[in-house]
Design a protein around this ligand. Structure first.
Ligand code: 5RP
Length: 225
């Protein structure tokens, strides 16, 4: 039910936001669940919490500004903690990039001392099988598609919804959604994708998460990675 899922996202986001300690630099993820964390952090800032946020997208920057969260950059600070959503989680391995923000998310999440992942239960799977978003330089689209087909994937250029043509990321690139079927070895595929010239970033986040906050209408389950 839609209401239950919305409540689950709120619970997950709020739970992770409560973990953030005074004085922290916080990576601010992208998506509807991370937005709940940003909103809760804004309320805590209103109540006196001293933090600085590092956004991962235009969306999270806008939400942080609306919530009066002071911002900084990776050039000026190292994130103590990052809070981010996911499109699928198997154990603590993730597929991300549903909002086409995975390049900056990966940079900020990897730089953080701790990554808290906020999800509702629909995101949980025994094995990752969600199509893997791959951000690609526009000029490299065709050779990257060929290389991905060589790895057994079926790439599809992501189309925009309220714009004719493809999705263009915050970085000016295209996104290929790549169906690989169930992944036996996400780490090996991540390494293969990293090696393709023209790939800016892919949505496999392997070995990055420290803790999952799984929301439900009744509360939150926290799983350590
Ligand atoms: C954006 C992401 C998001 O974190 C992911 O798509 C989950 O979003 P939501 O919380 O709205 O389901 O990776 O690139």
């Amino acid at each position: 039910m839609k209401g239950d899922r919305t409540r689950a996202k709120q619970e997950a986001g709020q739970s992770a936001a409560r973990v953030v300690a005074d004085g922290s630099v916080v990576g601010l993820g992208t998506g509807s669940t991370a937005a709940e964390a940003i909103s809760q952090l804004g309320e805590r800032v209103d109540s006196g919490l001293d933090i600085r946020g590092i956004p991962t997208s235009h969306q999270s920057r806008r939400l942080a500004r609306e919530a009066d969260i002071p911002l900084t950059t990776l050039a000026d600070a190292v994130p103590d903690i990052a809070i981010d959503g996911a499109d699928q989680a198997a154990g603590c391995d993730l597929v991300k990039g549903g909002g086409a923000a995975h390049a900056r998310e990966k940079i900020v999440d990897a730089a953080a001392d701790r990554l808290l992942v906020v999800v509702d239960p629909t995101k949980l799977a025994d094995r990752l099988d969600h199509p893997v978003p791959v951000e690609v330089l526009p000029d490299a689209r065709v050779p990257v598609e060929t290389a991905i087909e060589g790895l057994g994937g079926e790439p599809t250029v992501r189309s925009a919804v309220q714009k004719d043509g493809p999705v263009v990321t915050d970085n000016g690139n295209l996104v290929l959604d790549c169906a690989f079927g169930p992944l036996d070895s996400p780490g090996a595929l991540a390494t293969d994708l990293d090696g393709i010239p023209g790939v800016v970033a892919h949505g496999l986040f392997v070995g990055l998460a420290d803790e999952l906050h799984i929301g439900s209408p009744d509360g939150v389950e926290r799983r350590q990675c």
